[in-house]
Write a protein that binds this ligand. Structure first.
Ligand SMILES: Nc1nc2c(c(=O)[nH]1)N[C@H]1C(S)=C(S)[C@@H](COP(=O)(O)O)O[C@H]1N2
Ligand SMILES: [Mo]
Length: 379
């Protein structure tokens, strides 16, 4: 990963993705971790910073950065995936930041369990939700939307907010957060898509009723068909998914060789139980070897030793993960999720040929799709 750099998808607000090779290392270095912003990055002063905890609580709190850092802390290894990761592969194309494979990363996050602050504040019996608000503001993009500026925010069910692994984090891989990743304090909500991990948190409000604001309806929501008739729900758990890191799309590999196919798999619902790889477009499946120990909220890397075909041809590789609840990746994107939760098995077309010249294959006739490598390099 020496020469790797982030890929800019949008400059203002800043949205940059990791090169796909980050999925090859278990922890993502901070300077290669994707950045997803809706609004300009706020610059907060740690001296004057205060976190308010109020709403349906017995004793509202106002906590300084110093006080927070003096509280009992916890470190957890958590994979963050943006709900729009992989959006650029959707056909027809959808609007939104055109992420490829790299709107995901894994870090060791250190902070105070949100449950600790909720206990200190004393949550009322009737509480159902916890509203978590950032210091960044701007005009939202999705319809329906209110006029003017709003702050970025997300609401968590009270049960989730009280889980010991939900953190108010101030360190990422043993370093203080940088402004881009939420300095001084951000939420880390393991198992949920990235939008729940609110950065630059300044306000936490305990609610007796589930709100129906912009962030609960217009953005990061989906149509749940399980209710007899479709109903809008906020996105929450990361759906089981895997990605092939090696080979890359349209890579040329030599015939009749041992080739190590690698990738990663993750799920917000439970641990990864199995990863399978197909080298024939999904006709047959082979079991891949899982490499990392199983951890509840972190991805697992995997590998598969592929004997490439003896003849020149195109091969379509697919990986498919299953988690311990039995959930597996679908063959196609579920339209009820719009441009989010893109976890279908993504075909990777690879050319097997011994040299450029000996191949009778014309690439243009095989795939009209040209790999989308646009994007500028940052840093
Ligand atoms: N305050 C605030 N928090 C935020 C966001 C934001 O725009 N503002 N983006 C969210 C989204 S959609 C994702 S995927 C993660 C990304 O975290 P990162 O930028 O540290 O990778 O932050 C989340 N937290
Ligand atoms: Mo996101």
């Amino acid at each position: 990963m020496d020469s790797a750099a982030l890929i800019v998808r949008e400059k203002e607000p800043l949205n940059v993705e990791s090169p796909a090779c980050v999925l090859d290392s278990f922890l993502t270095p901070n300077d290669l971790f994707f950045i997803r912003n809706h609004f300009p990055i706020p610059r907060l002063n740690p001296e004057s910073y205060r976190l308010r905890v109020d709403g349906a609580v017995a004793d509202p709190l106002r906590i300084s950065y110093e006080e927070l850092r003096a509280m009992p802390s916890r470190t957890s290894t958590v994979t963050l995936e943006c709900a729009g990761n992989g959006r650029s592969f959707l056909q027809p194309r959808k609007s939104g930041v055109p992420w490829e494979l790299g709107a995901i990363g894994t870090a060791e996050w250190t902070g105070v369990p949100l449950a600790h602050l909720l206990r200190r504040a004393g949550v009322d019996d009737g509480a159902v939700a916890v509203f978590v608000e950032g210091a960044d503001r701007g005009e939202p993009t999705n319809d329906p939307k209110p006029d003017g500026e709003i702050a970025f925010a997300r609401t968590l069910p009270i049960e989730k907010a009280q889980e010991p692994d939900v953190l108010l984090a101030y360190r990422m891989n043993a370093r203080d957060l940088t402004p881009e990743h939420g300095f001084p304090v951000r939420a880390i909500v393991p198992g949920y898509y990235g939008m729940a991990s609110v950065k630059w948190i300044t306000h936490i409000e305990v609610l007796r009723e589930w709100p129906r604001g912009y962030w609960e309806t217009s953005e990061y929501s989906y149509w749940d068909a399980a209710e007899g008739r479709p109903i809008v729900r906020p996105l929450d758990k990361i759906r089981v998914k895997s990605a092939i890191v090696r080979p890359r799309m349209h890579e040329i590999v030599r015939p009749n060789m041992g080739y190590r196919v690698t990738g990663a798999a993750w799920s917000g619902t439970s641990e990864i139980a199995k990863v399978e790889l197909s080298v024939d477009g999904g006709e047959t499946w082979n079991v891949a070897r899982l490499l990392d120990a199983s951890r509840r909220y972190a991805w697992r890397r995997w590998e598969y030793e592929w004997r490439t075909p003896a003849q020149s041809r195109m091969c379509v590789l697919l990986s498919r993960a299953r988690d311990s609840t039995g959930a597996t990746q679908p063959d196609h994107h579920d339209a009820n999720y719009g441009s989010y939760a893109i976890n279908y098995t993504l075909p990777v077309e690879v050319f097997v040929r011994s040299s450029m010249r000996s191949s009778g294959i014309r690439t243009e006739s095989i795939s009209g799709r040209v790999e989308n490598l646009v994007g500028e390099t940052l840093l």
